[in-house]
Design a binder for this molecule. Structure first.
Ligand code: SF4
Length: 458
């Protein structure tokens, strides 16, 4: 898929997306559902949709993704999918015995208008849901939103169906980590534990989509948030929502449903956002920041100081998911890099644009939602010729055509392995990011250097 035909001049597209900078809602919903222990995600639609959702996640995480489908054929497409879902629920509990089934819709079932809540109630009334087992659902129409919206919707449904307030506080703090890698969720838990803060992190895909190879098949890997913890999230002291798009809806619902106060934060990517996360944990839990965390922070400051000369005034174009982009832009501008353009297919609204511009100023091109596609991003890269591109695997075609180094970040990354094991959040994540960015810049400098300037020490 070489893109050399992409013209440099922008033409206004009002009803057309070319090469979207997003994937479909159920992909995010399925990913969130995998973050519940012993959960089987279920796609209510045709087999083709489910095959795509599973393969998108399998290719990114390099782990087999378990999920089921209502397997719509012509009959269900015309008369609705109730019978298919009823039979699915019965079969799934009988054959695969999960603790919980998390159902999401597809474009097809959304257009038909299947009432999932009613179908689940009917299944319960007819005894198809065994005692102690649960079925939850969320609506994920893919003709609006993106995989990030789907993630947010499923996370919100966890609260809607499960979380309860008993009036007896547990003293724990909820952390909704957003659509990040399992390694990032692990790192968020590690930082909190290091600070002595008891948390409920949900959804939590660590130990699920990056589980170890043990030589035997596990339908349900060891990781994931247990259902009881999501229930007790209603009794926590507070909720930290990391990322406005992916995490805030669930946190808001916890506030209105269970009176758990929420603190919206950016994804803790980079120094400033990680500082804010650590500080909020400190204040909310009433703890002090231990020396070990201060050492990690100091190392980032040290490395950042050593590297600053290489980053100063370098330019970057970014494409990806809004929550990632906001924190990344903040980090890169803190490094004194200039941001030429920021594009996301997820509708981020004016708040997204405002958050980016608060760091970059008005010269940066910022666009989200309809029309913010990879085609537009390519045109912006052609016009503004940045030193670096940040984006997922799909950006590699643009990077190759324009001969600009690509920092792979976000979702999906199909053509590299290992990202699911190395965090980009927290101070350790910041170190990794700094190393990735500098290596890309200096590799390019080495490649382009004439013989007399090819240096051993740079
Ligand atoms: S039809 Fe809709 S839900 Fe199915 S794969 Fe396509 S965008 Fe996703």
């Amino acid at each position: 898929m070489l893109l050399r035909h992409t013209p440099e001049t922008n033409t206004e597209k009002t009803a057309l997306t070319v090469n979207p900078a997003k994937t479909c809602q159920p992909v995010g919903a399925m990913y969130a559902a995998l973050g519940i222990h012993n959960c089987l995600p279920h796609s209510h639609g045709s087999q083709g949709c489910c095959a795509y959702h599973r393969s998108a996640l399998t290719r990114h995480y390099k782990d087999p993704i378990m999920a089921t489908t209502s397997s719509f054929t012509e009959g269900a497409s015309v008369f609705g999918g109730q019978a298919n879902l009823m039979e699915s629920i019965h079969n799934i509990f009988t054959i695969y015995s999960p603790d919980i089934i998390a159902v999401h819709t597809t474009c097809l079932s959304e257009v038909i208008g299947d009432d999932l809540k009613q179908i689940i109630n009917k299944a319960a009334a007819e005894g198809k849901i065994p005692a102690g087992k649960r079925v939850i659902h969320t609506n994920t129409p893919s003709f609006k939103g993106s995989h990030v919206t789907g993630f947010a919707n499923m996370t919100q449904s966890m609260v809607q169906y499960l979380s309860e307030s008993t009036g007896k506080k547990t003293g724990r703090i909820n952390v909704i980590p957003g659509f990040v890698e399992p390694s990032d969720m692990e790192e968020i838990k590690r930082i909190a534990a290091e600070m002595g803060v008891k948390t409920v992190v949900f959804p939590d895909t660590s130990g699920v989509v990056n589980s170890p190879l043990e030589g035997k098949f596990r339908m349900y890997p060891k990781g994931g948030t247990v259902v009881e913890d999501i229930i007790s999230a209603g009794d926590s002291t507070a909720t930290l929502a990391l990322g406005r798009l992916a995490s805030l809806p669930a946190a808001k619902l916890l506030d209105t449903k269970c009176k758990v106060p929420l603190f919206p934060l950016d994804l803790p990517i980079g120094l400033r956002a990680t500082d804010a996360f650590v500080d909020q944990l400190r204040k909310t839990a009433g703890v002090s920041v231990p020396e070990s965390i201060m050492v990690e922070r100091g190392q980032v400051v040290d490395v950042l100081t050593d590297m600053h000369q290489y980053f100063y005034r370098k330019t970057a174009a970014l494409v990806g998911d809004p929550d990632h982009l906001v924190s990344l832009v903040q980090f890169l501008t803190d490094l004194d890099m200039k941001i030429t353009s920021v594009v996301t297919g997820t509708p981020g609204g004016p708040k997204f644009e405002k958050a980016v511009r608060a760091c970059t100023g008005d010269e940066t091109f910022v666009k989200s939602g309809a029309g913010a596609d990879m085609f537009l991003f390519h045109q912006l890269v052609k016009q503004r010729k940045p030193d670096l591109i940040f984006g997922n695997t799909y950006a590699k075609y643009i990077a190759r055509d324009e001969d600009i180094p690509l920092i792979r970040i976000g979702f999906p990354i199909y053509d590299r392995v290992g990202h699911q094991y190395f965090p980009i959040v927290g101070y350790r994540g910041a170190l990794r990011l700094l190393e990735k960015i500098l290596t890309a810049l200096l590799d390019r400098q080495d490649r382009d250097a004439p013989e007399e300037s090819f240096e051993l020490v740079m």
